[in-house]
Design a binder for this molecule. Sequence first.
Ligand SMILES: [Zn+2]
Length: 207
Amino acid sequence: MTIPATSDRSYQGLRAETKALTTSTNATMTTRDPDIQDSARALRVMAHGKWQQAGVPHRGWLCVGEEDLDDVRETCEMCEHQEIRYVQLMTHTEYPDVLRVGCDCAGYMSGHLLAAEDRDREMRNRANRLRTWRRRVWSSLAGRDGQVTFLQGMRVRIYRVEGGWGGDVYDKWKSKERISRIIHPTISATKAAAFLVVDRIQQWRRR
Ligand SMILES: [Zn+2]
């Protein structure tokens, strides 16, 4: 049987990567072969922290959540090295704790680098959209203590309610209104909550 050259090449690459992933303490590997660029990256990531600790699984982790820390930074709990803002929450059947890690570690722990990068990119994009949202101009609401803004067929209102601030988002395209069920302590917290509703509507429309 003849194996096409391309699949042979990717097999070689896969084998090199697998080797790197299973011999993380062996940092003597040379990196001249372009197929193992990613493995060199893996070795750099795996030179630190829990990657070097016995009893911590290297593969087979699952991402169960994401968190954008905004202006706070924390240290990746796997490599105990990288300072991260965009956190991926990882679990493993043979490890008791959920680990809060950065994109690189999440990629190697799960064995799906591209998926980890997608999650990281999506968090960064959402953070950019939130930054744009925070620059929005709001008008004062007629007849009550509050503010209103309009975008893409949506009307977003925030207003004072008993004990804090509430709000609603009216989607003209669907004639649907979403009213905040929780009372927010500040105007800016209410606007951030409204962003999540508006952003979900916009992402849904794009599909
Ligand atoms: Zn890490």
